[in-house]
Design a protein around this ligand. Structure first.
Ligand code: BMA
Length: 810
């Protein structure tokens, strides 16, 4: 590729993406192609230098990659015309991490923060003809160690998660060195497209927008362009169909306002549409544009008789936030493809989610992620990238953090989906986790606050339209209390069930205002296991399977919980299946209780949506994109209109929940059935629902709730959807005299028809090819045929590999 473009092409933007050469000074035998944007591990894998780190226990065989430096080189051809330009600006983001760029052996730029933007005019370093570019990446472990040696006092890092020390001193994705669901893969590279801009006289640098809401319901949208110019120019601004031309004499900030008198409002998923308006500024061939959404958003923190609210309000409407936590899409960033981002986020929306939390141990996500969230109506709870460690607050570190805020906040504030800035993940809690900080709490709390205040000030200086929340979890400003257990105020991370071994009913004993993390692990599906373990390792305690479990007690917790709730499964495949039943049951129990106490609780984000490699974890979507049972269940328990059994009022009641803005009607029946599926009692239901409501529509007057002789089943129709739910007297399903069931399965192209002879529970469909089913993990009543559609490409592969599981399989 050449920097020299043919005369007919626009000369203002050229690219340094594409093929570079990857070498390592310590491993002279390695010289392989590497595509940018991309990472070194993917390049080494593609060239056959390393084994697949995701297969078997290969992880340990690739650790040497972190113990050498890496060089990326290429040449570019530059012609006289290009050199005659005023400047050639190079702009790089997601440079991971300690990198020095040389052009023709001259040092041009050094980077030490993966989350910041690095810009330099490279024209002075270029010459006509061939130019040599070399990006040298230095070992992160050594740099981190050097930084640790220079600290005035120790700042402990998350060694329970990280396999390398002092990651907290480096502005790099914290989970790259491993997490309790993550492989340790110390990738390096450049993960965003590299931009080059050739500048002559005029440079359109940035475009930002502001919204001012008017009393008559209209909105004034101001477009602000930063321009450098040495000549008078005409700038063309536009917003949707409206246009305006402004004469600019010299550079600076140029503004132009438009009034949209009847704005089409942007709404979170489930509350309305997501119209986007195109805002644009142009000069000659230079053009900057943004797709903006018109919406108002507040965080309601009003004090009340319980404590204080934690509720997002969009366009004046209080929202019940429902969703999950997001971790990086892949441990190899080169695999962050648009199709995979879309599949994950579309799956979130398909499961009726309206909020995603970008977790602080990962990364400020790629532009595409936020564009998709805008398009799909997923609000984003945006953590700043600090997690589970303590962090320094000395000058040099604060300067690095400022750099990333200066880039990230202006970039992200343009997205209607971004709802909240949050200072970090669990860093307040971490003060209590380490010996040093426990012994000197005041010092470490002040240290925490220095950094956190600094982040807050810099974030709010760049965006005062959103709230800044100090940490997740947190009870409120300057409150360093125990947000893991205080359910009166703020957001909560509730880990008493998974990490502390309480029973599922512990979820029903708390009434969080907003639960931003709680989770329960499952093992991967058999289809997923096939992608990382040879058949002879299909055993929970095989070393391969254990390598793919990063929470040291994880497999024991899953197994021990089986003994509480279920009859023990008979083999490996049944164990995998049952672990997903158990996970779905845990998260459903919590989510349904917290919805049934609405409006006390106004947010449920479970841990975690996705996996960044094939692993046993808390995710509801596997690495391959396959939905676990939890994800199918989430589609039901997060639906805007839902029916939930709950006894928190003292008597088992059916709550009819409507989180939407529409009034609506539902009708159907609640039934009490025996284990043969015979209806012993039935209560018809016809109800009217107000918008944003929670009403009790039925109660267990016959007091059957204590009985093991049967189960409650509710089925109602509302807005063209069938809404179902099943209720058992106990979580200890092992005590219920369920009958063995046989399910007859008929496949006709993409339609699978199931018919059972006895009630079958947690009926789950799985196949080895990609694609999901229209429904799964449901109760199948006897004699009632249910037809499920396969939503995937390869129907034949589905039919060949289809497995139907359920709880009482013989
Ligand atoms: C949460 C997260 C992660 C972790 C998860 C499971 O608190 O913030 O640190 O992966 O717990 O332990």
């Amino acid at each position: 590729m050449s920097l020299c473009s043919p005369a007919s092409e626009v000369l203002s933007k050229v690219s340094l993406n594409g093929e570079w050469r990857l070498t390592s000074p310590q491993r002279p035998e390695i010289s392989v192609p590497m595509t940018l944007p991309g990472d070194n591990v993917s390049a080494l894998l593609a060239a056959g230098v390393i084994v697949n780190p995701y297969w078997g226990d290969n992880e340990k065989q690739v650790q040497w990659i972190a113990e050498v430096d890496w060089h990326l080189e290429r040449t570019v051809w530059v012609d006289d015309a290009m050199l005659a330009s005023q400047a050639i600006w190079l702009s790089m983001t997601r440079v991971d991490t300690f990198m020095t760029l040389y052009i023709n052996q001259i040092e041009v730029l050094t980077c030490s923060n993966m989350f910041a933007r690095h810009q330099v005019d490279i024209r002075p370093f270029l010459r006509a003809g061939e130019n040599h570019l070399c990006a040298q990446f230095y070992r992160v472990d050594l740099k981190a160690k050097q930084r640790a040696e220079r600290l005035a006092f120790p700042v402990p890092s998350a060694m329970g998660n990280n396999q390398l020390p002092h990651m907290n001193l480096v502005r790099k994705t914290q989970c790259h060195s491993g997490w309790d669901w993550g492989i340790c893969l110390m990738v390096s590279g450049i993960y965003d497209a590299i931009e080059l801009q050739v500048i002559n006289q005029t440079w359109l640098k940035t475009l930002s927008t502001e919204q001012k809401w008017l009393d008559d319901g209209g909105v004034k949208v101001t477009l602000i362009a930063e321009v450098e110019t040495t000549q008078p120019i005409q700038l063309y601004f536009s917003l949707a169909e409206q246009e305006c031309q402004i004469e600019v004499q010299d550079g600076g900030s140029v503004q132009c306002s438009f009034v949209v008198s009847s704005p089409q409002l942007w709404w979170p998923n489930g509350y309305g549409e997501q119209p986007l308006y195109r805002a644009q500024v142009r000069f000659a061939e230079q053009r900057l544009e943004r797709l903006i959404g018109l919406r108002q958003l507040q965080l309601n923190r009003q004090e009340d008789e319980i404590g204080s609210a934690m509720e997002f309000v969009v366009n004046g409407v209080p929202i019940f936030a429902k969703g999950a936590n997001w971790i990086p899409l892949d441990a190899m960033p080169a695999r962050e493809t648009p199709a995979r981002y879309r599949q994950r986020l579309q799956s979130a929306v398909d499961a009726n989610m309206n909020m995603i939390r970008v977790w602080g141990g990962g990364q400020y996500e790629s532009e595409l992620f936020y564009l998709l969230c805008d398009e799909l109506g997923l609000l984003v709870w945006q953590d700043m990238m600090f997690a589970c460690s303590l962090y320094p607050s000395h000058e040099a570190f604060l300067r690095e953090v400022e750099q990333e805020i200066a880039y990230q906040v202006p970039r992200l504030r343009e997205h209607p989906s971004v709802a909240l800035w949050c200072g970090d993940n669990e860093v307040i809690g971490a003060i209590g986790w380490y010996e040093e900080s426990r012994a000197n709490r005041v010092k470490y709390t002040v240290n925490y606050d220095r950094l956190n205040r600094h982040i807050e000030q810099h974030v709010l200086a760049l965006d005062d339209t959103r709230a800044f929340w100090p940490s997740s979890p947190c009870n409120g400003e300057l409150d360093f209390g125990d947000a893991w257990h205080d359910d009166n105020k703020g957001d909560m991370h509730f880990w008493d069930v998974w990490h502390s071994g309480k029973s599922f009913s512990a979820y029903q004993a708390i009434n969080p205002r907003f639960c931003s993390e709680f989770g329960f692990q499952s093992w991967p599906s058999l289809a997923e296991v096939k992608a990382f373990a040879p058949a002879h390792d299909w055993n929970i305690t095989s070393p391969t399977f254990e390598t793919h479990q990063k929470n040291p007690r994880g497999n024991s917790i899953i197994t021990e919980m089986f003994t509480r709730y279920f009859r023990f499964p008979s083999g490996f495949e049944q164990m995998l299946y049952l672990s997903q039943v158990q996970q779905a049951m845990a998260i459903k129990t919590a989510s349904e209780h917290w919805r049934a106490i609405s409006p006390i609780c106004r947010g449920i984000l479970y841990w975690q949506l996705n996996d960044n490699w094939p692993v046993s974890s808390w995710s509801s979507i596997e690495y391959s994109g396959r939905w676990k049972q939890l994800h199918y269940q989430a589609k039901r328990f997060f639906a805007p209109i839902h029916v939930v059994f709950s006894s928190h009022t003292g008597v088992l009641s059916l709550h009819l929940l409507n989180d939407s803005r529409r009034c609506s009607n539902v009708s159907g029946a609640v039934s009490w059935m025996n284990w043969q599926g015979e209806v012993l009692h039935s209560w018809p239901l016809t109800c009217q629902m107000n918008a944003n409501s929670n009403q009790i529509v039925w109660q267990d007057r016959l007091n059957l709730a204590q009985s093991n002789e049967g189960f409650y089943y509710v089925e109602v129709q509302g807005e063209g959807e069938t809404i179902i739910n099943t209720w058992f007297a106990t979580h200890e399903l092992k005590k219920l005299p369920m009958k063995e069931a046989c399910i007859e399965v008929k496949i006709d192209a993409d339609e699978i028809t199931l018919i059972a002879n006895n009630p079958a529970f947690y009926v789950h469909l799985e196949c080895d090819t990609s694609g999901r089913f229209s429904d799964s993990s449901f109760t199948l009543l006897p004699g009632k045929a249910v037809t499920i559609r396969f939503l995937g490409e390869d129907k034949e592969a589905m039919a060949d590999s289809l497995r139907v599981y359920h709880l009482m399989q013989n």
